[in-house]
Design a protein around this ligand. Structure first.
Ligand SMILES: C[S@@+](CC[C@H](N)C(=O)[O-])C[C@H]1O[C@@H](n2cnc3c(N)ncnc32)[C@H](O)[C@@H]1O
Length: 315
């Protein structure tokens, strides 16, 4: 069979070489050949973002930056930029705690990484913790927590009583690794955020719901996502996430806040989801970044995440 395949592949390649002149202009004229995304993906983006869709497709085809989050318990952004300068590593501040390296380097070469002074985290992902308005002593749930990027950030910012939940036991171990490096502590639990069986009945002041999604906003970091996903996935994942959100809402204190986060660009997973959730549960909507489109320029460089913030009535 291998020699069969060889003959076949050679024939295809020879034909391509012969007909290249006519084939190439046709291929790049159309969506998938021009952009390297499935046609349904291009169509969905164009419908949702009639002005920006081409920029978004292009952003997904560029190499991602290496962005760090400076642990405010250990250093300020200014101090850390000096540390990088001393190590001859070019970098710039692109957010309150975010530092982007001019060129990605292996984590073993990042000064202070092993000591927990910095973590690797996209600048958009760093917006979750400030949004939650955490105070010392709060009881907080990180409902879809693995690998613990946002878990670590929350613990760096306040002395909270944090429960990190994830349904994937293997991924929970990644949270332990991250928190050990940062020398911070949370209670870890394997459980399904759409069920109640892991809950001890004590309500939370804050809940972070970084729900499972298509990841259509982070294709620059995972270039194969566009080919692995199917058009139907967004609807399925949005249904699961709606169940997770409705369930978590029951666990929130009156006056408490819940943040919905996705790394999706599809409205049914983000804004449509948020609006329907608020409607079903009579949730108060507070200001939040909303849909962030993937961007890379001097000042701004982040993935395409979505943020909505809800408050429960009755303080
Ligand atoms: C977007 S990732 C979370 C990223 C994480 N918050 C961070 O900042 O590093 C979504 C997570 O949800 C988990 N998950 C999927 N379905 C779940 C469910 N029903 N209950 C709890 N976690 C779930 C996945 O295992 C995955 O780790």
């Amino acid at each position: 069979t291998i020699s069969h395949a060889k003959g076949m592949v050679n024939a295809v390649l020879r034909r391509f070489l012969r007909e290249r002149e006519t084939l190439m202009p046709q291929a790049v004229k159309h969506g998938p050949g021009r952009w390297n995304y499935p046609q349904w993906w291009i169509d969905t983006l164009r419908a949702a973002y009639p002005q920006q869709w081409e920029g978004i497709l292009a952003a997904g085809n560029r190499a991602p930056p290496l962005t760090l989050r400076v642990n405010r318990r250990k250093a300020s952004v200014e101090q850390y930029l000096r540390t990088l300068a001393d190590a001859q590593i070019g970098a710039a501040a692109i957010g309150p705690s975010a530092v982007r390296l001019d060129k990605p380097v292996p984590v073993s070469q990042i000064p202070g990484f092993a000591e927990g002074i910095v973590s690797v985290q996209d600048a958009a992902a760093q917006l979750a913790t400030p949004l939650l308005d955490l105070h010392d002593g709060m009881r907080v749930l990180d409902a879809c927590a693995a690998p613990g990027g946002k878990t670590g950030h929350m613990l760096e910012c306040a002395d909270i009583d944090l429960l990190a939940l994830d349904s994937d036991r293997a991924r929970l171990a990644r949270i332990t690794e991250n928190l050990d490096r940062l020398k911070l502590k949370a209670a870890l639990k394997a459980g399904d955020a759409s069920s109640r069986d892991w809950w001890d009945g004590r309500p939370f002041d804050r809940i972070l719901a970084d729900v499972p999604c298509t990841a259509s906003g982070i294709v620059r970091r995972h270039p194969d996502i566009r080919w692995l996903r199917r058009k139907e996935d967004a609807a399925q994942l949005a249904t699961l996430s709606a169940r997770i959100l409705d369930n978590l809402w029951q666990m929130l204190k009156p006056g408490g806040k819940l943040a919905l986060v996705t790394c999706s660009l599809w409205p049914r997973e983000s804004e449509l989801q948020a609006a329907a959730f608020a409607e079903r549960n009579n949730a108060i909507r507070l200001p939040a970044p909303g849909q962030l489109l993937p961007t890379a320029d001097m000042q701004q460089d982040h993935d395409g995440l979505f943020y909505a913030l809800f408050q429960k009535d009755g303080v």
